[in-house]
Each structure stands twice: as structure tokens, then as C-alpha cells.
Design a protein around this ligand. Sequence first.
Ligand code: COA
Length: 208
Amino acid sequence: MPYKIERMRIEDIAEVVAVDRRCFTTPWPASAYRREVMHPEKNLYVVLRRVGEGPLTQPDPKGGGFLTNILPFFKDDAPPSSNPVVGYAGLWIVADEAHVTTLGVLPELRGLGLGELLLIALIEHAMGQGAHWMTLEARVSNTVAQALYRKYTFKDAGYRRRYYSDDGEDALVMWSDRIDSPEFADRFEQLKQRLYASLEGSLATETA
Ligand SMILES: CC(C)(COP(=O)(O)OP(=O)(O)OC[C@H]1O[C@@H](n2cnc3c(N)ncnc32)[C@H](O)[C@@H]1OP(=O)(O)O)[C@@H](O)C(=O)NCCC(=O)NCCS
């Protein structure tokens, strides 16, 4: 089943909030998303949409990378798309650091590579903006998310004690390796190609 990623729009927020509620015990209110979406110069918020049958768009190796190719409507003047939102992610850029603020995929679509696809979109944007490192917080109990981030070089860097307001759980702070290094670029490219191949493989199985 093919998917696409687009920049989040004000008109997507109700759907994003509904998906967020299924992903987190402390989801963001719609007002928080509105605030973010109104400042696209400081951040990137994206939605992952399920677009029906057909092959996943492969990125053009000569093109501008993942966002411009997998995100065919990644332009501010693109018409809003109405395919269902099944995941979302956000990133702040502050100086040379990119901070992953949120990332979620509907429970019934997890384990298919879609969280990774969203993370790739964030990393690619951060690289394009000239960020040097990426950072984020994850619940200490959220070993699934931590495994995803470790795959992309994020490492444990400390804790924020009682960070989560609902149950007082600690946050693990993670930092990536330098994302502007040739080593990161090589690893990122390999992981991206492997994910595309596996998504294409699952599409072929689904449509067989
Ligand atoms: C974290 C989340 C986004 C992962 O999305 P997903 O689509 O299920 O993940 P993917 O299928 O893309 O998996 C990518 C990687 O994540 C890790 N991962 C995914 N599911 C896992 C599981 N059940 N156990 C351990 N690691 C897992 C693996 O490293 C995997 O790479 P691999 O396939 O090479 O092993 C998803 O679980 C989610 O929405 N969780 C709730 C919200 C959340 O916790 N967000 C992160 C906040 S910090």
C-alpha cells in the first residue's frame, strides 16, 4: 500500500490530533499544532498519508532527495490532499541543532517501516537546513522508539527526571552523530535504500 508524506497544514490538524491520541498518553492539543504549523520557517511538521493502490514513489537519485520526490506536494502552494493521515512527525531547527518533537504511526500500521520513513523525512530536512546534530527525548520505557533512533546513530546522553507530566516518568535524552559528516551520509543513504527496497517488497507481496 503506497504512502506519501506532505507538510502538515492547518486543515490536517483535527486528523493529526486524532492520530496523536492513539499514539501518546499526553497528546498535544490542536492549538499546539496550529502554533507550529504557522511557523514553517522554524520547523518541519509532516503528515504521512495512505494514498491507495499503486507503487510507492521512488526518489529520483538526481533529484533533491526524499522530501522533493517522496513528497510530490512538498510545496507551500500545493493543493491540500484528502487521503487519510496515518502518521505524523515534527522537528524544530534551532541554530545547528534539529530537535525531533514528535513522531507517531497508527497502532495498526506499526512495524511496517512507516515510523522510519517519517524519521528519514525529518533527518533529510535537518540535513538540508545545515543542522549538525539531532536530538530528542523519549520515555525511558519506550524501547521501540529508542531502537528506531539508535538505528540512525542516536545515543543516550542523559536523563530529564520526571519529564512526563502524566506519570512522572523520566525522559532519556538522545543525540545523533554529526549528520553533516560523510560517515553519516553513507549510513543514512544505505538505510534509506534498504527501507525503500523493503517497502517495495511488501507492496509487491500485497498486490500479488
Ligand atoms: C515509535 C514508532 C513511531 C515506530 O514506528 P513503526 O512504524 O512501528 O516503526 P518501523 O516499522 O518503521 O520500525 C523502524 C525501527 O524501529 C524499531 N522497532 C520498530 N518496532 C519495534 C519493536 N516492536 N521492537 C523493537 N524495535 C522496534 C526497529 O529498530 C525498527 O528497525 P528494524 O525494522 O530494522 O528492526 C511507533 O511505535 C509509534 O508510533 N509509537 C507511539 C508513539 C511514540 O512512541 N513515538 C516516539 C516518541 S519518542
